[in-house]
Every structure is written in C-alpha cells, then in structure tokens.
Write a new protein. Structure first.
Length: 439
C-alpha cells in the first residue's frame, strides 16, 4: 500500500475512487462478475428506506468479502478502560469537574484503541442515542490488528502528535488542530506517527454527524463543505490480520486470513473524512453582547426533535473581539445542555489559570452538566470587567466542546483518577458583593 495521502473534497458528496483503473463498475453496482475478480459489497450507514438526503451507503469492490472470517470470541483485555453506558460503571453527580492532562493508568506501551480511557458518557448504545468521551495516549502501532466499532462513529480530536489513519477506503494523515470522523462499522487502523500521540475521542451512538443548520447566517460561514477531505482508494496485498470489534460495549475478536484493507475501488457517501479546524470561518458580534456558542458549531448529531442535538461539536478558535460595552468572555450561565470541554492549545479566555495542576490546560477537560452553574473564573471576570474595550485578537488558542442534550455521567474511573482536580470549585470563590442599593 502506498503511504502517500490523496483526498477528495466535499462533505456529503457521492465520491468515486479506484486504485486500479477499470476496477469500478460503471453501469451497475453488483454485476454478475466484478472486474479483476473482485467482490462487490455494500456498507450501509442508514436504513435502506431513509430519505434520500439522509441515505448513507458506499459500494466496496474488495479482494475478499468481509464475511470471510471464523466465529468471534470474547476479547477480555482489549481496551480495559474503554467503557460504554449500558456496560461500564458510571456515577451520577451534579458537581462541576475538571481534569488535568490525561495520565494513563497503565505504564506499558499501548496502541491507539488499547489506550482509551472513558471520562463521561450518556444515552444507550443499544438504542442508538447519546455519546461517550474518551481520552487516548497511544505509544505503539496496532501492527496487524484492525478495529471496527459497531456501536457508533468516532470523532477523533488530536491534541499532541500526528496520527496515521488507515481505513477501508484509504489513508488519512491527521495532526493537532485537525479532526477525523470514522463511520460506524468501518474497519480502521490508527497509529501514532512518532513515539506518542494523545487527544480526545467522541464516540457517537446516535445519528451521524452533519453540518449544522445555519439559519440567518446564510449559505456561507462556519465550516465549508469543500474543506472536508475523504481519502482516495488504497489497498494492501493479502496478508493475515486480527480483527477486533466493539459490539454493545463488549469486545470480540477473530482471525482473518486476509487484510480487511483490500478495497481496490469504491463509490458512495458513507465515508471517513477529516477537517482542518483552522479553516473554520468564525462568526461573531460587531456591535454589542456576547453571542451564544451555537455559532461555533462545526458538526452536529441531530435528534428526532428539530433543534435539539444528540451532540454538537463546537470550537473556540482564534478570533477578533470588538463588542462595545460588553463583558467579552463567556457569561455566567445555567444550561439545559451538558458540556464537556477540552483544550487543544493555548489558553481559553474564561479559564486563564494555567500556573499549576489545578488549571485548564491543553490535554485536560471539564464537565458542566445540565443546569449546573458555571462561567468565567474569578480571575477572568475581574480582568474582563476592568479592561479597556478596544479591538482584541484572541490568538494561539483552540478549545472545543462536546455539548449534548443528554446528561453526561462521569465514569467511576474518571472520578477516582489521579488527574482529577479536587479543588476545581475554588476558581469561583471570593466574588465580591458590590451591590449598593440607591435610596
């Protein structure tokens, strides 16, 4: 397989790619005999009867069919700290929580999926609702192993180190400030480029991610369809492989006589894709008041109720602040939505403290659940109420949020983790009572 990267542009497009000329049927999907001795196989990401704009499927033309494997057997130690809501141990709490940069419980080298550590989750994978947030710290390659997630799609947010992502449809290179989405049911191999790679993963059990409805913003702004990149076809020659799958929160394995990355040609719209967050066209106020964070939405997983998200993926990138007579950092609020935040680089303007293990630092995260009061730290508030209001560029920063209409429940392992910050609530202590009643 070539190690070079080539991409097709466009979100939701019907893409076509072949690694060997003439291997893709042109007049039908499933001819009696596929060219060059290949097997035709459809991968469906939606019900066959879904509305056209929501119908997801890709036709694969493979050296061997995916069904060619022996029975599965349990894989008990595949990813010991990767939990699923209907299987793992979680504990409900209304407390505001914050974690420092991820410290893996195991000192031995771990591949990408072996290193997963579940922080929070909601919903039910068996009912295709909700999501889970994981941290990863990969220090070795997967070797001949491949992985397939039957429970949901995976949005990977690198924080440190490049990833080489091999999928059935081709290869992607993903670096910090980029993201990649792997569809449910697609086989993948993810390796660090270098000694280590770490970051965040949102496992989406619900409807696949789509671009948000822009409403009055109009046709332009936010994430542009053309900036989403899908790999071109690339395949491996036949060689034995091990397949690990996640199904309803449990892990299973089987031995394959031949690699699953043997797709010579494909076409369709059910595809992996990556996106460079630096290309996000940020919207904001040019008059007064602080806009709601919904204008920073990159992708959304919708529910059946319009306007209510299973998950919104929101970013806070470099941008200009010019609002007049306005408190510019995020305001104090209580929200029916639940928010898990992470930091890819720099400083988040509402959480400036980074002087110790108690700060909001790159690689760390925080949880503010449904109706839990939160907002700027006292240090941020004091500075923002007194500074001279002139045009200001927030630069060298990139924070993100997984925001869900379902309550996030922390895992017990995250509540007991050494990198949980015990005194997070202290950052809101000591606000002065300045009210003076006028006679």
């Amino acid at each position: 397989m070539s190690k070079t990267y080539a991409y097709l542009s466009g979100f939701g497009n019907e893409h076509i790619s072949e690694a060997v000329a003439g291997s893709l049927p042109t007049d039908r999907n499933n001819p009696q005999s596929v060219a060059q001795g290949l097997y035709a196989e459809q991968l469906s990401g939606s019900a066959f009867t879904a509305r056209p704009q929501e119908n997801l499927r890709t036709w694969l033309y493979k050296i061997s069919p995916s069904a060619d494997h022996p029975a599965f057997e349990p894989a008990k130690k595949a990813a010991p700290f990767w939990l699923t809501p209907n299987v793992g141990e979680f504990e409900t709490t209304p407390e505001r929580l914050r974690w420092s940069k991820f410290k893996s419980p195991e000192k031995s080298p771990n591949s990408f999926f072996e290193s997963f550590f579940t922080v929070v989750a909601n919903g039910d994978a068996s009912l295709r609702t909700g999501s889970a947030v994981h941290l990863y710290a990969a220090t070795k390659a997967m070797g001949k192993q491949a992985f397939c997630n039957h429970d949901g799609e995976m949005l990977i947010v690198p924080q440190e180190g490049e990833l080489r992502v091999q999928t059935e449809l081709g290869l992607l290179s993903v670096k910090p400030t980029e993201i990649v989405v792997i569809p449910r049911g697609m086989k993948v191999r993810v390796d660090p480029v270098g000694n280590m790679a770490s970051g965040y993963v949102c496992e989406n059990f619900g409807n696949p991610f789509v671009l948000p409805y822009r409403g009055p913003i109009g046709a332009n702004g936010l994430a542009s369809r053309r900036h989403f990149l899908t790999p071109t076809a690339a395949f491996e020659k036949s060689s034995p492989a091990d397949l690990l799958i996640k199904f309803q929160g449990s892990f299973w394995q089987t031995a394959l006589a031949s690699t699953p990355f043997d797709v010579v040609a494909w076409y369709g719209n059910y595809v992996p894709y990556k996106y460079d967050l630096n290309l996000f066209n940020t919207m904001g106020t040019v008059s007064f008041d602080h806009p709601d964070p919904s204008i920073f939405t990159v992708l959304t997983s919708p529910t059946e109720r319009e306007g209510i998200a299973n998950i919104d993926f929101v970013i806070f990138p470099p941008r200009w602040m010019v609002a007049e007579d306005t408190f510019r950092p995020p305001y104090f609020h209580r929200n029916v939505m639940s928010e898990y935040m992470g930091l890819i680089k720099g400083v988040y303007d509402a959480k400036p403290s980074q002087s110790s293990e108690e700060g909001f630092m790159p690689g760390g995260g925080s949880l503010h659940n449904c109706m839990t009061a939160h907002g700027p730290e006292r240090m941020a508030y004091d500075g923002a109420t007194r500074e001279a209001l002139k045009p200001q560029k927030l630069d060298n920063t990139l924070a993100f949020m997984f925001e869900s209409s379902w309550v996030y429940t922390p895992s017990k392992q995250a509540l007991n983790a050494s990198f949980l910050q015990k005194n997070y609530a202290n950052c809101w202590q000591g606000f002065e009572r300045n009210f003076k009643e006028r006679g």
